[in-house]
Design a protein around this ligand. Structure first.
Ligand code: FEO
Length: 397
């Protein structure tokens, strides 16, 4: 049968949904490939549901649960994460199953009361606590700030299954299967890095803490709240999270520029040519007026070198560059080498602000930033070209 075939392991079912309608995740991050909200149903002597789904999909969500349970009630709702893309259907769930006991931690229950006015029939768990459903035993481990303070993960030690909340999640709806060995995974890897960079990227240290805590647990299956259920790619996805949370990068350069009339763009093109001639061939050039910032951030998380260019605008930075710098700074991105260039017509400000950004981020400044007055001339473009070569030399050192 359609719904009940979604078996992850004996008595554990996938009951998540695909969202192919939403354009913007959290109302600002593009979803060209959609996204899934994953929920998991464990049917034993007691029935437990791990997280719910966005309330917009409650109808199909409950149909899937009904197809498996029939009239049988749900005994426990385990809330690993309270963000509404997962917690959104809790209110309706409580209405359908008034006796369901909600399992969470102290912070979970604070948010639960705030969002849903629910403060009864709760089961509070502490770090390492266990819950038996019959044959199935579950343990709870806290993973604060991966991605909210209340986040915890649920672990089945007998079958070595980790319900990981947002950790190891990715954008991208699930096309025909939730199993990683039945999906074409190619579109997911870039979307996974973009998801990480935008959603979890600020919290590298908490992710490292969580990874160290979980490193002692043998894991055969990871059930995240977004994207594939990982079984054949466990080592890869854990390795990627380890790499990204340590801000480890590959040799390559991101050039992000703003340009109103093309002069700063010409500088960017010369810088890019210099990078390639210097020996680094992995170069991504982003016009910030065209590229969504989430893609720029995802590339910055991938590559070691970053060069930013901006015209002077209102005696400051071009607005979209200003916004990009803010996004980089709030993610506390480490381990990069950096340089910049800028332009102006009557009084320069952008290049100095971009140069100061190296200090803000505690990144080494490579070469001498290039500042251009009015039209980009050959001399300026030659210096941009040299700057690109210096960036390559720095990365190849
Ligand atoms: Fe997918 Fe932080 O919620």
């Amino acid at each position: 049968m359609l719904y009940t075939d979604k078996t992850i392991a004996d008595n554990i079912y996938y009951v998540g949904v695909n969202d192919r309608q939403k354009h913007l995740f959290e109302n600002y991050l593009p979803l060209p490939n959609g996204v899934s909200y994953n929920s998991y149903l464990i049917v034993d002597e007691k029935v437990a549901l791990v997280d719910t789904v966005d309330v917009a999909f409650a109808d199909v969500f409950f149909k899937q649960i009904d197809a498996i349970l029939g009239d049988r009630p749900i005994d426990y709702l385990i809330v690993d994460h309270m963000e509404p893309d997962h917690a959104g259907s809790i209110g309706l769930l409580r209405t359908r199953y008034p006796n369901v006991q909600i399992v969470g931690n102290k912070k979970t229950f604070d948010y639960l009361k705030g969002y849903f006015c629910i403060d009864s029939n709760l089961l509070e768990v502490a770090e390492g606590d266990a819950l038996s459903l019959g044959k199935t035993n579950l343990q709870f481990y806290f993973a604060p700030m991966v991605h909210w303070p209340e986040v915890m993960v649920t672990y089945d030690p007998d079958r070595q299954i980790l319900f990981s909340a947002d950790a190891f999640g990715t954008f991208g709806a699930l096309n025909g299967s939730f199993r990683d060995d039945e999906l074409n995974l190619e579109p997911f890897w870039d979307d996974m890095r973009r998801y990480y960079a935008c959603i979890v990227g600020k919290f590298g240290n908490p992710v490292q803490t969580a990874l160290k805590k979980l490193s002692g647990l043998p894991i055969k299956i990871i059930c995240s709240t977004h994207g594939p259920v990982w079984q054949s790619q466990i080592a890869k996805v854990v390795g990627l999270y380890d790499q990204w949370s340590k801000y480890e990068t590959e040799p390559g350069v991101v050039i992000a520029y703003g340009s109103m009339y093309g002069n700063t763009k010409q500088m960017a093109e010369a810088v890019a040519q210099g990078v390639v001639d210097g020996g680094i061939h992995r170069v991504v050039v982003h016009d910030v007026s065209k590229s969504d910032p989430s893609y720029i951030l995802a590339d910055i998380f991938k590559y070691k070198g970053l060069i930013i260019g901006s015209p002077t605008y209102m005696m400051g930075l071009y607005p979209l560059i200003d916004s990009l710098l803010h996004k980089i700074e709030e993610r506390c991105i480490k381990n990069h080498v950096y340089s910049c260039f800028g332009s102006f017509t009557w009084a320069g400000a952008a290049c100095k602000k971009l140069t100061d950004f190296a200090g803000t981020m505690n990144w080494p400044l490579v070469g001498t930033p290039v500042e251009n007055k009015q039209g980009a001339c050959t001399d300026v473009l030659q210096r941009c070209y040299e700057l690109g070569k210096q960036m390559s030399a720095e990365i190849l050192k």
